[in-house]
Design a protein around this ligand. Structure first.
Ligand code: NDP
Length: 462
């Protein structure tokens, strides 16, 4: 409380109030404090939001465990004294203890920084009570000329009978063992990531997708290769599936499809059917903000809502891809603009690299082939390398990698880089810089390859 002035009317005055202590909200708070501002953050849940507590961080921990498990299956082929493709026992509860200890360290480091920067954190939900005013659950009123809404989003279940019987990704992080049989509904990021992890750690996973493919926003060829790899891993992918209802019978959970068929025997059914912004009970009506049909708070390119002095970043406004680094970038630039003397600072949502943590990971930046053809017509040039990485070849595995460049024009300007393969998550970051700087195919060819790696394929494609 020392950072704030406390007056007789129990009003606490700040330069900035942030609703939500997730990735975007904390980034705004830290950057504003760096610029010498007095900041309050309201967060009723553990610090770090979805990313740290029920998203990127625990997911990556589970992905790492799953990755290790898949590699163990190859160890015998490398001469290690392990049965081929053995189901090595995995002490899930013990690993969760370590995972949560890691997350606890992140909470502690946030606390240290918040204290150091004199940022007030109130463990309360906040509600707008006017353009410069926020009310806490206990009735305390805070005021500030600037308010950032960064309350994030939550997983949504489809509106079908029995939906409450299904789990959501938040539940996955509470599981203490791999359920023997899992059905996943959805074909997006979360469905793909959890399917890979669960299958590797011992579940039999079936994925039900209403489209004819996974990951609509990714390049179709890479997705086709990923689907093939997943099938080889034993995951059953069911496309064109319309789920009508979910119920429990003697065999477990049963899916009823719109076409009248049913599939049962599931221990868990996981809904990975998208997320919805946390706009309920934020007091948006008090400042004249109306969310759009998807629940997103409308913002302009400067993160400004229609209410002067009220801004929004991250999943709650869905501007740009709903990814942690995008929320952080938007928040930092907003605070640089408001408090740091950088009037032009704003998020550049073009060419945002992203990774789906599948097995192997799928990394992408820029245009897919389909997007490039829609914009540039016949002036699109595709370069691809479909290969079996050395480890897979040595282990006699048929899992393949596919790297693809989407270029346009005579100068072969690189518009899209799409990588499906081991370490694609680590490889793409540097190449994303090259794409953003306007690299051409010649620039890639002028760069000497690092041999023998998968990454060298990116500079050798012809
Ligand atoms: P996505 O939007 O990625 O995927 C949702 C999937 O559910 C789509 O396949 C969608 O189908 C399907 N779907 C939606 N409604 C229904 C329904 N009623 N019945 C059946 N299927 C349905 O959402 P996720 O929940 O997977 O993830 C949310 C967001 O979180 C992602 O978009 C991403 O921005 C972020 N994220 C990022 C990660 C990363 O960076 N590695 C990891 C996890 C999440 P259709 O395509 O037909 O609409």
């Amino acid at each position: 409380m020392s950072a704030a002035r406390h007056d007789d009317s129990a009003l606490l005055h700040f330069d900035l109030i942030v609703l939500g202590g997730g990735s975007g909200g904390l980034a705004a708070a830290f950057r504003a404090a760096e610029h010498g501002q007095r900041v309050a953050v309201l967060e009723p849940q553990p610090l770090g939001g979805t990313c740290v507590n029920v998203g990127c961080v625990p997911k990556k921990a589970m992905w790492l465990a799953a990755d290790l498990r898949l590699r163990m299956g190859q160890a015998a082929r490398f001469g290690f004294d392990l049965p081929i493709d053995t189901q090595v026992a995995f002490d899930w509860p013990s690993f969760i203890t370590d995972r949560q200890r890691y997350i606890h360290m992140i909470h502690e480091s946030y606390r240290t920084r918040l204290d150091r920067d004199g940022i007030l954190v109130l463990p309360s939900r906040g509600r707008l009570a006017g353009r410069d005013r926020v009310e806490c659950e206990d009735g305390t009123c805070l005021t500030a000329p600037h308010i950032v809404l960064a309350a994030g989003s939550h997983p949504q279940r489809p509106d079908i009978p029995g939906a409450a019987l299904g789990a959501i990704s938040d539940d996955f992080f509470r599981w203490c063992e791999a359920p023997p049989r899992v059905a996943i509904i959805g074909g997006g990021y979360i469905a793909i990531e959890l399917a890979g992890v669960l299958q590797a750690l011992g579940s039999q996973v079936d994925v039900f997708v209403r489209e004819q493919r996974l990951l609509r926003q990714a390049d179709a060829e890479l997705v086709a290769q990923l689907q093939e790899n997943y099938c080889q891993q034993g995951i059953d992918l069911v496309f064109g599936y319309g789920l009508k209802a979910l119920h429990r019978d003697d065999d477990g959970l049963r899916l009823e499809a719109e076409d009248g068929t049913s599939r049962g025997g599931y221990d868990e059914v996981m809904f990975a059917t998208g997320r919805r912004p946390n706009t309920a009970d934020l007091g948006l009506d008090t400042v004249g903000i109306t969310p759009d049909a998807a629940g997103n708070i409308p913002v302009d390119a400067w993160q400004a809502t229609p209410a002067p002095g009220v801004y929004a970043v991250g999943d709650i406004c869905g501007c740009g891809p709903t990814l942690t680094p995008v929320a952080i970038a938007a928040a930092r630039r907003l605070c640089d603009r408001l408090f740091g003397g950088k009037p032009d600072a704003k998020l550049d949502a073009d060419n945002v690299p992203s990774v789906v943590f599948s097995h192997p990971p799928l990394a992408m930046v820029g245009m897919t082939e389909a997007q490039a053809r829609a914009q540039y017509g016949a002036d699109v040039h595709i370069y691809r390398s479909n290969f079996r990485p050395m480890r897979e070849a040595l282990a006699e595995s048929s899992q393949r990698s596919l790297f693809k460049l989407v270029c346009t024009g005579d100068e072969r300007r690189v518009r899209g880089i799409h990588l499906l393969g081991d370490a694609a998550d680590e490889i793409l970051q540097g190449f994303a810089v090259a794409l953003k700087m306007g690299a051409t195919l010649d620039d890639l060819h002028d760069t000497i390859a690092i041999h023998p790696t998968s990454a060298e394929e990116v500079v050798l494609m012809r």
